[in-house]
Write a protein that binds this ligand. Sequence first.
Ligand code: NAG
Length: 463
Amino acid sequence: MSSSSCVVHVALLPSAGMGHLTPFLRLAAMLCHHHCHVTLITPKPTVSNAESMLLSKFFSAFPQVNQLNLHLLPSSSGTANADPFFLQFDAIRRSCHLLHPLLSSLSPPLASFVYDMTLISPVLPVATAIGVPHYILFTSSASMFCFFSCFPNAAESICDSDGFDIPGFSYVSKSWIPPQLLDINAIFRKLFLEDSPKVTKLDGVFLNTFEEVESKTLKALNAGELVKDLPPVHALGPFVPCYEFEGLCETGEPLKWLDEQPDGSVLYVCFGSRTALESNQIREIGDGLLRSGFRFLWVMKGNKVDTEDEEKRLEGVLGIELVEKIIKENKGMVVKEWVDQRQILDHSAVGGFFSHCGWNSVMEAAFYGVPILGWPLAGDQKINAEFVVSNGGFGTWKKDWGWEGERLVRGEEIGDAIKELMSNESFFAKAEQVKMVARKAISIGGSSEINLHKLIEEWKKSQ
Ligand SMILES: *[C@@H]1O[C@H](CO)[C@@H](O)[C@H](O)[C@H]1NC(C)=O
């Protein structure tokens, strides 16, 4: 047993953005805890400070993890106004062929290779040439994966019809579908169409979800009801924040403030690492928070990418009157830095989460048992928000608020929605139930833990 041939060596390749990097690092930590040898491929340079910081924390917490730099070729579409995350993502796709010599010389040889859902087409030839079992980590729900895997066949009919049916899930109305997928000129649609038919070439798909909350959907996928020859889909979640590298000692202030608030009294407000709302919308949110009468901890992002963050003063965004009111009523705290969401959601004072419903946030809220008021702004987030309502019942969302910037959502509407969430006991009860199930899934003998264990045993046998 002591020979290195028994060690399973797994390589992981994340893509751009905290929403993709974070689940990869959590998966890496899980594999380390299961005594795998892990190589983490890091595309260089990284796109944001938040990402570089998280990576360096990860490597100090897990010195046994082998870091392999992928030096990126320049992106093809270097227009000044392009989204930096998109450019990074494009650069990663264009650089994947450089992986071949890097991966084939690894020792011990790889037993498994897990890469980001957005890298299927460029990585597939490399993984096939090396001959290693390979998987994507799909960083969303099983329902969204249904949509992804059926998309090429359904694309035309979706454009013409008013929605889409997902087994074990609500009917997905057309307005919930990521707008970029309906726009026939959008690059993401082209990538979806190019990558999705290739899922049958993978050895499997990993999801940050758990069987208990998406059982019908997972069954339908694994029974081949949606796509013929689909490889096994493995639910391995919820991926939990990992105290070894995600603890931030610097978040003292918000936590100190939370310590002084009564249990379940505070609404935590955060629209993700990538959302920077228009100032007039931010002011309406501030107004809505005050109108609700509930305490709040609001994490506000002024800019999309923190490397360019000019220190905008809070008064500049919120207006001096609103800031003074918040201070006077002493009911809220507004912070502008990246916070340790784990410690906030885990805090007994927090009784609700006003969220954009990024999938990682939804899974974290499930794990910590915090009810959600969803305000889906982009991408898969409406489908994620509906998951909260229909697959757990631990929250609500307003279907008529639209995508980011579609319309100005008024403070009055926001205040009412907050009251609806925070004063309804049934959401707390449901959140508590989901939390129990989520914790069971990842403990020893739980559904997700068994799924991961089985995979590792398979890799051991096949090497
Ligand atoms: C509380 O929420 C549930 C949905 O979970 C809903 O059916 C019920 O009507 C709500 N109760 C009140 C008083 O709003």
